[in-house]
Design a protein around this ligand. Structure first.
Ligand SMILES: *Cc1c(COP(=O)(O)O)cnc(C)c1O
Length: 373
């Protein structure tokens, strides 16, 4: 059997296994939590934990607070309702999300699909119906293969799905979302890469949240994918007391870029049931983005994204750079906080009035509010 499959099988899923390693955890409490929100941790990822409550520990070890959160809902993004058939989420005109498995190597405690990961099984029939849906909808140009973690499927099953999608003539782009380079880098094998590169243009978005996850093993797996011609992006989640400061995130984003991964999105943690203790105030993310802009290579600055409740889609939030609209141009704030005038001129160099005013929301109030807390 392949090494990654053995590692998958050896994942910690039983409360007893965790209590043996961390005797301070109450066994009954852990049983309660995992009966509602299952647990799964690969030995590789577990071994990255250095001390109790460190940024790795917090991402995967269940916490009593998961059962004490009444602010979140099971499905804040309204995925179930925007699902024309089981396993497909069709929110935007040109792309769909296809969930092909409910299994991941590691169950992140802040997961946005906490309602289904490790619980509801997805059948091959669901997947086939999903692919048929894509076939019948000419407007769809891109399929995002998601889950669960699609790379928890074996190469053969994964290839069956990718091959079917690639055979649809109106599909340009195949995108895979996977956390395997972070949680089980052994999954990235030469045979997987050889298979994937047959189906270009194929993109992979991975998921690293903390510089401590950027190990030699992770580096090797990412290099193998990049060497197979697969452009790599990263989707991180802003997590309270894990990575919610500019220093940690700049280290993460710089490190990712060195591993040839372009930071794509930084997400505000969704309003998912059982994840309240991970959430940061909205102003926090904006504040962090503001301190990164200009100080860090633009290549490694992601967009800060809110996935809006009810399935309204993703909305990027930016610091307020446009300070004031004047009759002859705009006042901008640069990365050093300096105010700079930018004139609106026509082809003859004459001044003209600024048009199409679309000011962003004023988040300065929110940021101010946070600082008080
Ligand atoms: C996030 C998401 C996408 C992809 O959005 P991009 O902005 O293109 O990365 C597509 N469909 C659904 C349902 C999503 O949640």
């Amino acid at each position: 059997m392949e090494k990654w499959k053995i590692e998958m099988q050896r994942s910690f899923r039983k409360p007893e296994e965790i209590v043996r390693k961390f005797p301070h955890i109450d066994l009954n409490s852990l049983r309660n939590i995992t009966s509602i929100f299952p647990m799964r941790i690969t030995p590789y990822y577990f071994n990255l934990i250095q001390v109790i409550d460190d940024p790795i520990y917090k991402q995967v070890i269940p916490d009593q607070r998961e059962l004490e959160d009444f602010s979140g809902v099971p499905d804040p993004l309204n995925e179930e309702e925007q699902s024309p058939i089981s396993g497909v989420v069709h929110r935007y005109p040109d792309r769909v999300l296809l969930t092909v498995t409910n299994v991941c190597a590691v169950f992140c405690r802040f997961c946005t699909r906490k309602r289904m990961v490790g619980k509801r099984a997805i059948t091959i029939n669901n997947i086939k119906e999903g692919i048929n849906y894509v076939k019948e909808n000419q407007r769809i140009k891109e399929v995002i293969i998601s889950g669960g973690d699609p790379l928890s499927l074996c190469d053969e099953n994964l290839e069956f799905i990718i091959k079917e999608i690639r055979s649809i003539s109106h599909i340009d782009i195949i995108r895979i979302g996977t956390r395997m380079p972070c949680t089980l880098p052994l999954r990235i094998t030469p045979s997987l890469c050889k298979m994937l590169k047959k189906y270009h243009p194929l993109y992979i978005n991975t998921h690293f949240n903390h510089p401590r996850e950027l190990t030699e093993e992770a580096k090797k797996s990412l290099e193998m994918l990049a060497d197979s011609g697969i452009p790599l992006g990263n989707q991180a989640v802003l997590l309270k007391d894990i990575n919610d400061d500019a220093k940690t995130l700049s280290e993460l984003f710089r490190g990712l870029l060195k591993f040839r991964v372009k930071p794509y999105y930084l997400y505000q943690a969704d309003l998912v049931e059982g994840t309240y203790h991970f959430r940061t105030p909205l102003g926090k993310g904006i504040e962090i983005m503001q301190s990164l802009q200009g100080n860090l290579s633009g290549m490694c600055i992601p967009k800060f994204i809110l996935d809006t409740p009810g399935g309204g889609g993703k909305v990027p939030l930016t610091p307020k750079y446009l300070q004031k609209v004047l009759p002859e141009g705009v006042l901008l704030k640069n990365y050093q906080g300096k105010t700079i005038f930018y004139p609106e001129v026509n082809s003859r160099g004459e001044k003209m009035p600024f048009e199409n005013i679309q000011l962003a929301f004023d988040f300065e109030e929110i940021i101010k509010g946070d600082k008080k807390n």
